[in-house]
Design a protein around this ligand. Structure first.
Ligand SMILES: *[C@@H]1O[C@H](CO)[C@@H](O)[C@H](O)[C@H]1NC(C)=O
Ligand SMILES: *[C@@H]1O[C@H](CO)[C@@H](O)[C@H](O)[C@H]1NC(C)=O
Ligand SMILES: *[C@@H]1O[C@H](CO)[C@@H](O)[C@H](O)[C@H]1NC(C)=O
Ligand SMILES: *[C@@H]1O[C@H](CO)[C@@H](O)[C@H](O)[C@H]1NC(C)=O
Length: 435
């Protein structure tokens, strides 16, 4: 008994000693490649202070800087438990922010409330429960609009490009469905690994936890009351060491969560990746995630019937109205078969609701997984070049037009391969039978 208490006390002390230590922030990672970088603080309507990093322009364009071209602004939004670091890990030859700066864009890297760069508030202490009391609802309603407005006012532009990875897609949909006026501020929306509905995710841990914590109850209340960031801070201080010594173990661990057997992952950068991931978030956000997995719906946070009634005026949380989203350009969705978190089934469901508001691009690489959209060795040629080219086209600049060739033909966009052949087969059979 005594030893157990001592062990627990020791654990608590160790957790207290491991303060979130940021060895290198996003700007450090950018400037070490000779690019300019600024950090900006954005205040949300509900008082959160969020950090955005900005790459105002590329050193490669120095000679062209007398061209008085305005640099179009682009906002990059990271995934769950991530930070702006994720975009710049693979350096200036492959990383999307660098390629965008080289192509003449004003690049803004966002951080949502609660992650390691956005733990400040006008009145609340970051370690208080009130501070960590948010889900995707608040991020979609407050964080994204505040960032968009800040960028537009700083750059004197009317619209910007939006690029989202994973959760970056989900919270964009929340913003656009709850504040449809923001559609006017978006030029193009480029979505990588776009999980909106989470019904068919294949990651082991969340599918295991969803039936237990993905509904209001005693267990989820206990979970929601936890100090969320202690564990992620601990993981960030332990995992890099493991990855440096055994990058295979590290790659396997990552792939078990996001898609097994991918040959594309760049193992060299995994140690660095795990020094900044997981970047921390609120337990309530994690519960929101598990709720969407469990309910198969895309809807607001579920507080339980009584509180729902008070908050929403109904017993069940309201679904986000995706039909309200009307952008000028269709939302570009880049997805793959081996993505455990943005599955073909869920994207098909989204397409049934949003139809031509989406433009679908299903990658030809079968083993490409969720994180490959950011960390793959071939991320430049498979995705990033295509994304930049589409934006160039929108801007009326010279563009290549053949950099988006890694995607399936239309007929096979949304079916699994077998079904896909089957559809082709039945279509042929039907036309033959007609004759
Ligand atoms: C932003 O820049 C200031 C001044 O250079 C620095 O003190 C601060 O730590 C930076 N903030 C972040 C989040 O990196
Ligand atoms: C893998 O990542 C490292 C570290 O960023 C980078 O130097 C290297 O070029 C990458 N390898 C490939 C094949 O992209
Ligand atoms: C968290 O927010 C909910 C709803 O916004 C509220 O009912 C609850 O009292 C809050 N909890 C804390 C600890 O701030
Ligand atoms: C388009 O890009 C490809 C691959 O980088 C290149 O080989 C080709 O020359 C480019 N075409 C044009 C018209 O720029």
């Amino acid at each position: 008994m005594k030893t157990r208490i001592i062990l627990i006390l020791l654990g608590v002390i160790i957790l207290q000693l491991i303060k979130p230590r940021i060895a290198k922030n996003t700007c450090d990672r950018v400037t070490e490649h000779g690019y300019l970088c600024e950090n900006h603080t954005v205040t949300t309507k509900d008082g959160y202070l969020l950090t955005m990093f900005r790459i105002p322009h590329s050193p490669l364009r120095e000679s062209q800087e007398n061209e008085i071209l305005p640099r179009p602004a682009v906002l990059l939004m990271h995934g769950t438990e991530c930070s702006s670091d994720m975009w710049v890990l693979n350096g200036p030859n492959d990383g999307l922010p660098f390629l965008l700066a080289n192509a003449g864009y004003d690049v803004w890297l966002a951080n949502i409330r609660g992650n390691l760069y956005s733990r400040q508030h006008q009145t609340l202490s970051p370690s208080s429960r009130e501070f960590m009391n948010f889900s995707w609802d608040e991020i979609g309603r407050y964080d994204i609009p505040a960032k968009i407005d800040y960028i537009l006012s700083r750059t004197n532009q009317k619209k910007l490009h939006y690029i989202g990875f994973s959760m970056g897609t989900r919270i964009f949909m929340i913003t656009m469905s709850t504040k449809p006026k923001y559609a006017e501020k978006i030029k193009t929306a480029q979505m990588l690994g776009p999980g909106v509905f989470l019904c068919h995710i294949r990651s082991r841990l969340p599918t295991l936890l969803a039936p237990i914590f993905g509904r209001p109850g005693v267990l989820s209340s206990i979970f929601g009351a936890m100090q969320g960031n202690a564990l992620s801070d601990l993981m960030r201080s332990v995992l890099p060491g493991i990855c440096r010594h055994n990058s295979n173990t590290c790659a396997n661990y990552l792939q078990s969560m996001v898609g097994r057997d991918s040959p594309y992952v760049n193992q060299t950068l995994l140690a660095d990746f795990f020094s900044t991931y997981p970047a921390g978030t609120s337990p309530r956000l994690t519960l929101h995630f598990l709720q969407l997995v469990n309910s198969c719906q895309f809807r607001s946070f579920d507080f339980g019937p009584n509180e729902n009634k008070q908050k929403y005026g109904q017993l069940e949380p309201p679904a986000y109205d995706l039909k309200r989203i009307k952008l000028q350009m269709p939302i570009e969705m880049y997805f793959s078969d081996n993505d455990y978190l943005a599955t073909i089934e869920d994207i098909r469901h989204l397409y049934k609701i949003m139809g031509n508001q989406l433009s679908l691009h299903r990658l030809n690489f079968e083993k490409y997984n969720h994180w490959d959209f950011i960390l793959a060795k071939n991320v430049k040629t498979s995705i990033n070049d295509c994304v930049v080219d589409k934006m160039q086209q929108y801007e009326g600049r010279s563009f290549n037009g053949s950099l988006c060739n890694n995607f399936r033909n239309k007929a096979c966009l949304l079916s699994r391969l077998v079904e896909c052949l089957f559809i082709d087969f039945t279509a042929t059979a039907a036309t033959t039978a007609d004759k």
